[in-house]
Design a protein around this ligand. Structure first.
Ligand code: ZN
Length: 410
C-alpha cells in the first residue's frame, strides 16, 4: 500500500486524557481512534494487526477442532433470566426497544450457545465438539482508563466445548491450554505470559487465566520462582505453595489478563436442559468449558511490551506490514522495488510521499513500527543498493536490491 493513499496520518501528540502507553502510541501511529472512554475505532493499520492476531487464534482454535460460528450481540432478556444473570451480572448492558421489549448486549455467549446446541445434540455420540466465534462483546466498564486494554465494546474470541463427562472435559481443557500457549508464543508475548491459577466456581477448584507481565497491568499475580506458574490475588488466601511444583517462593508482578479458560460443568447446560442420552440410554446433562481471549487487549498488551520511546516494535507475526519502504526524493527505483515486493506477496507500506522530509519519514517509520525499514535514495543507490534496518536494531546497512528480495522471501 502507498502511504500517500492512507487516509490516516500520524500525530505528534496523543490526546491529553489518554494516559496509557498502548493508546498513546496506537492513536499517534494511526492504528486506532478514540470515540469515547472504552470505545475505539480500529483504523486501517490497526485492523491489519487485529486481523493477523485473529488469524493466529483461528488457526489454533481450528487445530483443536473448533468450528467457527457467529452469534448475535443483541440477545433476548429471557435467556439471561433463565440463568439468573439478568439480575446478578453488574456489567451487563440492557437495552429496550420501542415496544418495551428488553435485550442484553452480550458480554459473553453461554446464554445463546447452550440453547442453540439443544437443537443439534441428542446423543452421547454427538459429543464432544467445540464451537467458537470472533464477536463484539459489551461490558459496562465504569473505570475505562487503560486504553484499549479495558473496553466497553471489544472483539473477543470465545470458544465453548461440549462433553459427555468430566474426564473428557479435562482432556480437552489441557489441549485448549496448550493452544493458548501457542497463541501467546506466536503473537510475541509468550515469554512474559504466565499460566495463572484463578478461582474456579462450583465445578472445579481452579480456573486459569493467562496473565502478561507489564507495568500497565491492573492485576497482581504471584509467579512461582521454580516453574513460572502463577496464581492471582483473589485466591492468594487459599494457596500456601505452588499448585504445580509445591515450591514456596513467589515473585509479585503487575499483569494484564490476556485470556482465560474455565470449566463450566453443567452451570449453563442445566438451566437450558441441554442434555444427551448416554450409553445406557439415560438422560444426562452436557458438560461444558469456555475459553476467551480479548483481541484489542492482546494488541494493547503487545504494544506495552513491544515499544520504545520512539514508537512500536511489532513482532513480524502480527505487524501491519512486513516492510516499510521509504523513498527519499523522487526515484523510479523505489517504485520498481515496491512493485516487485507486491508481486512476491511481501506486505509493504510504501512511503511515496513527496512533500515529507526524510526526518519526518523516519520518525513515522519508528512510530508505526514495521519490522523492516528499507530506504531508497540517491545516496543508497550510489552505494550499491538500498539501506536496510530492522526496527529493533540501531545500525543500517546497504545491500543489493536482489539480496533484499532474497532475504525477505525467507
Ligand atoms: Zn512452581
Amino acid at each position: 500500500m502507498k502511504q500517500s493513499q492512507l487516509f490516516t496520518k500520524t500525530q505528534k501528540n496523543a490526546p491529553k486524557d489518554e494516559v496509557s502507553t498502548n493508546a498513546q502510541l496506537l492513536i499517534r501511529g494511526g492504528f486506532v481512534d478514540k470515540l469515547m472512554a472504552g470505545a475505539y475505532t480500529i483504523l486501517p493499520l490497526g485492523w491489519r494487526v487485529l486481523k493477523k492476531i485473529e488469524q493466529v487464534i483461528r488457526e489454533e482454535m481450528n487445530a483443536i477442532g473448533g468450528q467457527e460460528i457467529f452469534m448475535p450481540s443483541l440477545q433476548p432478556k429471557e435467556n439471561w433470566e433463565t440463568t439468573g444473570r439478568w439480575s446478578t451480572m453488574d456489567d451487563l448492558y440492557k437495552v429496550k426497544d420501542a415496544s418495551d421489549r428488553e435485550y442484553a448486549l452480550g458480554p459473553t455467549h453461554e446464554e445463546i450457545i447452550s440453547p442453540l446446541m439443544k437443537k443439534f445434540v441428542n446423543s452421547y455420540k454427538d459429543l464432544p465438539f467445540a464451537a467458537y466465534q470472533f464477536q463484539n462483546k459489551f461490558r459496562m466498564e465504569l473505570r475505562a482508563k487503560s486504553g484499549i486494554l479495558r473496553g466497553k465494546e471489544f472483539l473477543m474470541k470465545d470458544l465453548y466445548s461440549f462433553h459427555i463427562s468430566q474426564e473428557d472435559l479435562d482432556k480437552y481443557y489441557e489441549k485448549a491450554k496448550q493452544a493458548y500457549k501457542n497463541i501467546f508464543d506466536r503473537t510475541g508475548i509468550g515469554e512474559k505470559t504466565f499460566l495463572t491459577f484463578a478461582s474456579g466456581g462450583s465445578f472445579s477448584k481452579y480456573s486459569h487465566e493467562f496473565q502478561t507481565e507489564t507495568d500497565a497491568g491492573e492485576d497482581i499475580i504471584f509467579v512461582c520462582s521454580e516453574c513460572s506458574t502463577a496464581y492471582n490475588k483473589e485466591i492468594s488466601d487459599e494457596i500456601s505453595h505452588c499448585p504445580e511444583c509445591k515450591n514456596h517462593t513467589f515473585h509479585e508482578k503487575k499483569a494484564v489478563e490476556v485470556g482465560n479458560i474455565f470449566k463450566l460443568g453443567t452451570k449453563y447446560s442445566a438451566p437450558f436442559d441441554l442434555t444427551v442420552m448416554n450409553e445406557k440410554g439415560e438422560k444426562t446433562p452436557v458438560i461444558m468449558g469456555c475459553y476467551g481471549i480479548g483481541l484489542q487487549r492482546l494488541m494493547g498488551t503487545l504494544v506495552e511490551l513491544c515499544s520504545d520511546e520512539n514508537g512500536i516494535l511489532w513482532p513480524e507475526s502480527v505487524a501491519p506490514f512486513r516492510v516499510h519502504l521509504i523513498s527519499l526524493g523522487k526515484n523510479e527505483e523505489a517504485e520498481k522495488i515496491y512493485k516487485d515486493l507486491e508481486k512476491k506477496n511481501i506486505e509493504v507500506l510504501f512511503d511515496d510521499r513527496e512533500d515529507t522530509s526524510a526526518g519526518a519519514k523516519f520518525a513515522d517509520a519508528d512510530l508505526i513500527g514495521i519490522p523492516w525499514r528499507v530506504v531508497v535514495s540517491q545516496k543508497s543507490l550510489a552505494g550499491g543498493g538500498v539501506e536496510v534496518k530492522k526496527r529493533n536494531e540501531k545500525e543500517s546497512e546497504i545491500i543489493k536490491i536482489e539480496e533484499l528480495l532474497k532475504i525477505l522471501k525467507k
